[in-house]
Structures are given as structure tokens and as C-alpha cells.
Design a protein around this ligand. Structure first.
Ligand code: IPE
Ligand code: IPE
Ligand code: MG
Length: 247
């Protein structure tokens, strides 16, 4: 942790937590045991980000496509989520962490939705870090919802098409008010986005690792952060231009 440059930390880290099933298989366990162990990584990474001073952390916990998994697995994931939220409230309050959710959370089982809403409400005043859970989240769906809202507003002449800007579009996404991710981490050696934050990741740095999510803890996060600090984020400019503005 001492090797980290405190002046060059990502403001927002997004993580595709992948590989729970393979972790379980490698340990001759059922997939659900892998998800349970994955929850321990969530605890560890949230705590670690809070300690390092990362203001925003988004975790992809359940995609809109994950409903297609076996019913037993979906049920177990929902139960784990409910348990996680209940057990973490104390620590979120103690650590001044605010919880938000993105995705169509209205379609979650009512019990899960209730605990989620309760946790979001109770932690709303916390300010040291924002933890965002992507639940029943799909980027295409999120973008389409924004398009529908805009079309409806234009239909009743509340806005005109020329006034739609990147900012006003982004303000209609679930991530409204949040900065775009600076760093995306995907575990388990998969090199794809799986419908995650497509609009928001236009200039995000990508970090892929073979490590399976249940094995991704503080040491692996530090490795990702050190790699991030080696990157030069040019945003379309040349390297020479950036050196100039820095000096
Ligand atoms: C990620 O692990 C957890 C969720 C998608 C909910 P997986 O369950 O996708 O693990 P693999 O990809 O099958 O190993
Ligand atoms: C992406 O993982 C979704 C989450 C981590 C919640 P998946 O394991 O569902 O992704 P694909 O299906 O392999 O792309
Ligand atoms: Mg997977």
C-alpha cells in the first residue's frame, strides 16, 4: 500500500466480479459455495477501498442476463445479497459508507428490494465513500430507458432535440450524478464487458486478471492500482501535450 501514489488514485473503480463458479469447481464445491466465498472478497475489497480512500466503487453483482441461470442459483444469489446487506449495515454506518443501487431493482424479490431500500435510506447521509451495487443491471436497457424518457419529453415539447447534450443524456442514466469509472477490473480471465456501463466507460482504463473473484483480495487490488498508475490517460491528446500541461 505504501508503493501507491496517493495523488493518482482512481476516483471511481468498477468491478465485474467473475469466476465464482470456476473457483467452486476448482475446490470441488457447488457453485453456490463459490458465490459465498465471493461475498468475502466483496467485504475485503470494500474495506480496502475505504481505507485507501477511493470515493466510488461500483460492483456488478447481478446482470439482467443472470436471470437465465438455474432457478436454484438465482435464488441462492438473492439470499446471499439479502444476507450481505443485513450484515453489512453496521459496518457501512461505522465506516461512513453510502449505498446506492443501479439497475432495475424493482424486479428483485420483494424481500431483497425491501432490505436494499432500507440500507440505501439508512446510509444516505454517509459521505466517506459511495458503494454502488449493480443489480439486475444491463447497460442497453439503461440507455434505452434514457432514450424513452427523452423521446417522451420531446413529444410533449418539454425539451427540443437540439438541447440534448452528453450531460443531459448522462443525467437520465441510473448513474446520474456519479463520476465515470476511471478503472474497470474484470476477474477470471474473461475479456468482455457483459453489458456493463457501456456509456460510462468511454474513457475508462481496463484491467483484466486471471484471478478468480473469490481469490481477489487486498493484494490483488493493489496490483491493479499499481498497474493503473502506470497508465497515461491521454483523452485524445498527445503524450507531449500532457507533459506540457503537467509541468
Ligand atoms: C460471478 O461468478 C458471479 C455472478 C455472475 C453473479 P460466476 O458465477 O459468473 O462464475 P463463473 O463465470 O461461472 O466461473
Ligand atoms: C457478468 O458475469 C455479470 C456479473 C459479474 C454480475 P457473467 O459471468 O454473467 O458474464 P458472462 O455471461 O460470462 O459474459
Ligand atoms: Mg461468469
Amino acid at each position: 500500500m505504501d508503493q501507491l501514489d496517493k495523488t493518482n488514485l482512481p476516483r471511481h473503480i468498477a468491478i465485474i466480479m467473475d469466476g465464482n463458479g470456476r473457483w467452486a469447481q476448482n475446490h470441488s464445491l457447488g457453485r453456490i459455495a463459490g458465490h459465498r466465498e465471493g461475498t468475502e472478497s466483496v467485504r475485503s475489497i470494500v474495506e480496502c477501498c475505504r481505507r485507501i480512500g477511493i470515493p466510488y466503487l461500483t460492483l456488478y453483482a447481478f446482470s439482467s442476463e443472470n436471470w437465465n441461470r438455474p432457478e436454484k442459483e438465482v435464488k441462492a444469489l438473492m439470499t446471499l445479497l439479502e444476507r450481505y446487506l443485513k450484515s453489512e449495515l453496521k459496518s457501512m454506518m461505522r465506516n461512513n459508507i453510502r449505498l446506492l443501487a443501479i439497475g432495475r431493482t424493482g424486479a428483485l424479490p420483494p424481500r431483497v428490494k425491501a432490505v436494499l431500500d432500507d440500507t440505501v435510506a439508512k446510509t444516505a447521509g454517509n459521505a466517506a465513500m459511495t458503494l454502488i451495487l449493480a443489480l439486475n443491471y444491463g447497460s442497453h436497457d439503461e440507455i434505452l430507458q434514457a432514450v424513452r424518457t427523452i423521446a417522451e419529453e420531446a413529444g410533449r415539447r418539454a425539451i427540443d432535440s437540439a438541447s440534448i447534450t452528453e450531460e443531459s443524456f448522462a443525467a437520465r442514466l441510473h448513474t446520474r450524478g456519479l463520476p465515470d469509472p476511471d478503472l474497470l477490473i474484470r476477474t477470471s480471465g474473461e475479456y468482455r464487458l457483459s453489458n456493463f456501463l457501456l456509456w460510462q466507460m468511454a474513457y475508462t482504463e481496463f484491467y483484466f486478471t486471471e484471478t478468480l473473484w473469490p481469490d481477489f483480495r487486498e493484494e490483488q487490488l493493489l496490483e491493479a492500482l499499481l498497474e493503473y498508475q502506470k497508465r497515461e490517460r491521454r483523452f485524445g491528446q498527445t503524450s507531449a501535450q500532457l507533459q506540457k500541461t503537467r509541468s
